[in-house]
Design a protein around this ligand. Structure first.
Ligand SMILES: [Zn+2]
Length: 461
């Protein structure tokens, strides 16, 4: 019997299954698209049992992916991005409201995006909207249209039509989100230079990574996060319960402020990304534009503090911030870091990246499941059916060979442009299978079946 001939109801049995209660030997009964029950290893349910040799984990949930379709499919697209996700053990992703055209800041723009995904989704996909300086009036309708929440920038977004917000605009938008009970994601960098023309113009960055790093200092992140916290306090004083979420934290200096805000009772959550945890500034050669992202990858000592914050629970989860573009825009020829588009491409490698280093830092697969499946699902409002191996949840799995190694090459990359700062690096841990709602979609480097992914629209379930 091949797996495609699996009956409607069957069981997966493994010596190591990562459940919300930790790692255990278990038999997971699947009925249709759902997990029916998680039983003891030596239970014999009255159905076909498939033995799984490696670790059975819930498929990952990546709530920070820039797919860029419609409009910039020369950068990426739903077909290629969701293939890469499947190869990385991700069965659910949430797409960012930029850099597609139109940017997802109105209900009509979301409708255009939903039209573009037909027959292209290999994994289930949700969508963030955007809250910009010019779409406050459109927000109620956008929030009704099925987005899972919104994202704002406190600095130029890189895309002119996705305008950044000032403090007053952030507050006005977050008020809507708080009333709807939805998360407000914030790209938190505040360019004080932009608001103070009397300061000197910074030196040209050119090929220098050090000058790029200096050009986006920790203070920019710290100031923006302080602003988000002020806005949350103001809204709380109005009797609201805002839920703000800091995307891609890089500055460890902001952690004490974040911890204090949480202790004060503010519903502030924080994510970081594999590149801030596995790469460091001192190791980045000049001219290496593939490492450029905003906020930047900082010093090795900063990286240690981010890992510690994950361990302490002060950073809630890890997502890719996969943000690809064409090799031309990455200024590969000139190596001009100043000119290059900012964004890291590594959608499918997150689990192996974090496992390679995390296990040496004392992180278990149960920790990684919490950080890369469970909590991102919770923040995106998908936590009652995604991200856990438990009865009633979608039967989304990944099978992880914890010992196998892989070297990142152009041939192994599934996203559109075969470039990544990890090219040539060897990682420990290989996703051998990914399952979406009861059936495999990826096994041993082969895609199985067809594009069965669905759009996850709020209110549709
Ligand atoms: Zn991003």
């Amino acid at each position: 019997m091949t797996l495609l001939d699996l009956p409607e109801r069957f069981a997966l049995r493994a010596r190591s299954v990562i459940t919300p209660n930790g790692e255990q030997a278990a038999t997971v009964v699947v009925n249709g698209e759902k997990i029916e029950a998680v039983l003891a290893f030596d239970c014999y349910p009255d159905c076909t049992v498939v033995n799984v040799e490696n670790v059975l984990m819930p498929a990952l949930v990546d709530s920070h992916v820039h797919v860029n379709e419609p409009g910039r499919t020369d950068w990426e697209g739903f077909d290629t991005a969701t293939h890469a996700a499947a190869a990385g053990g991700i069965a659910t992703l949430v797409d960012m409201p930029l850099n597609c055209i139109p940017v997802t800041i109105t209900a009509e723009a979301l409708a255009a995006k939903l039209e573009s995904v037909d027959n292209k989704l290999w994994v289930d996909t949700g969508y963030w909207g955007g809250a910009t300086a010019d779409n406050l009036e459109d927000l109620p309708e956008l929030l009704e249209s099925g987005v899972l929440g919104v994202k704002s920038f406190t600095i130029h977004s890189g895309i002119d039509e996705f305008q950044c917000v000032d403090e007053a605009q952030l507050k006005d938008a977050m008020r809507y989100l708080a009333k709807a009970g939805l998360p407000h994601l914030v790209h938190a960098e505040l360019d004080r230079h932009e608001h103070n023309a009397s300061q000197q113009t910074p030196p040209t960055i050119g090929r220098s990574y050090a000058r790029f790093l200096q050009s986006r200092p920790r203070a920019w992140e710290n100031d923006a996060i302080a602003m988000v916290i002020r806005v949350m306090r103001d809204l709380k004083a109005e009797g609201l319960e805002p839920r703000a979420h800091i995307v891609h934290l890089s500055s460890s200096d902001a952690l004490p402020m974040i911890v204090a805000a949480r202790e004060e009772g503010l519903l502030l959550t924080v994510e970081t990304c594999p590149h801030y945890l596995t790469l460091w500034a001192e190791d980045i050669p000049d001219g290496a534009t593939l490492y450029k992202c905003c906020p930047p990858i900082r010093e090795d000592a900063n990286r240690d503090l981010l890992w510690q914050a994950l361990k302490d629970g002060h950073i809630d989860f890890i997502v890719s911030d996969h943000s690809p573009c064409t090799p031309q825009l990455k200024a590969m020829d000139s190596g001009d870091i100043g000119d290059a588009w900012g964004g890291i491409s590594a959608l499918q490698f997150g689990l192996s990246l974090i496992w390679s280093e995390g296990q040496q830092r004392g992180f278990t697969l149960t920790d990684l499941t919490r950080l890369m499946a469970q909590t991102p699902a919770d923040i995106a409002g998908l936590g009652n059916f995604k991200g856990r191996i438990a009865a009633g949840y979608d039967a989304d799995f990944l099978v992880f060979d914890t010992q196998a190694q892989q070297t990142v090459t152009a041939d192994t990359i599934k996203h559109k442009h075969k470039i990544s700062p990890y090219l040539g690096k060897t990682l420990t841990g290989v996703v051998t299978e990914t399952w979406l709602r009861g059936r495999p979609i990826y096994q041993y480097d082969q895609y199985v079946g067809s594009a069965r992914g669905r759009s996850l629209l709020r209110g549709a379930r």
